[in-house]
Design a protein around this ligand. Sequence first.
Ligand SMILES: [Zn+2]
Length: 459
Amino acid sequence: MKLKQYAMAMSMLSLLPFSTLAHNMPEKSFLGTIQLKNYRKEMQKLRHMDLDVAGVDLKEKKVDLILTPEQRDSLRKLGYEIQINQTKNLKRGPDEEYKSPSEIETILKNWNSKYPEITKLEVIGKSSEGRNIYALKISDNAKLNEPSEPSILFNSMHHAREVMSPEVSLDIIEQLVTGYGQNKTYTQYVNNNEIYVVPMLNVDGNAKVWTGSSMWRKNTNYGHGVDINRNYPYKWGKCRGSSGFKWSDTYRGPKAGSEPETKALMNLVKRIRPVFDISYHAYSELVIYPMGCNGERASNREIVESIGHKLGELVDYAPGTAWELLYSVDGSDIDWMAEEYQVIPYVLEVNSRAEGFQPNYQEWREKTVVRNRPAWQHLLTRLDGSGVRGQINGLSQETLTVEKIVGEKSSTIQRYKTNNEGRFHLVLKPGLYNLKYQVSGKNMEKKVEVFDKRINISL
Ligand SMILES: [Zn+2]
């Protein structure tokens, strides 16, 4: 097919309700791979066609898709050659060493009873099927709330089939609790910060993965389920980065923030106000930072993107926004966290196309968690790097405007929402800044010089 005909066919097809064909016979689905030429453009088209993209290989411009026979035929009509992967039998299911919701529960309870001083187990919500969603807090004096210590969040498994993602969270926990008092760096991480780990957010979806639906992605609410990582309220359904069709694998849900899992994570973020977050997913070896809609950037791009690139370097994953690396995404957790609470959040897509969603456990578990350690360690170290932490007494509004001063000029680089006690933690590059805020209705400002280490101020 000539290029132009191909482009026309693509644009016509994007208007069809593709998903009506797609999701009624999941038992016949299979994994197919296509080769792209114009990666960015074609990826956006695949998104608009509501296809279930399993993962990508950026270098080779290859895309894995979970396809029904109808979708395969339609793609063939568009001129795509589909390589069907016989070795990855979707029916096989994950190796049994991967964790179920009840195994996660047992593991967390065990760590908590073994290390009661430095851990606290919290139920942060219940799924629609009534399962507990857990967070393990790791800190010295874990049972106390120590607001002077910054929080950091690691969460896994928004998507049920991505069974390697909880392993990374479990490894973070194991490293920190068993290293406490043994390893100097880990001991400092635990002493100086409040670390929250949510190893399995989508507990119902995962239970379904273990009962024959190994490629299940969403939660199980309403029978058809919702993609909880398209359900967060920021720009929900705004840029064709999700689906309004309930059988689609990227269905955004009936309302913004409608899902119990979404609410659980939102309430946790609102309460703990993490400085950084990593949301672990699989697969494609990417570091994704906000924002998700085509062409949009994080409001404090300078910080968000430079740290994202550093993480990419440390684990050898490709960094970028979702729309640069994959396609537009709306209603995601990282966009909501960044905009609502100025969290500096990342998605790490662990494993490559060769491993897929459910790689051989014995072969890949250790390699994957070890490879990912430098990234979460870097963020824990960065909490003590250049920036300003503190509290504003008697704050009138929870808004702190941060201006960067260069020579005679100053420009606003961030509007930060403090918590209701006026606490803030700004991650900044070394330099001169002006902090503007209001106390009892009066405009105040404070000039601060930031060096390599984080400073504490009280205003
Ligand atoms: Zn995912």
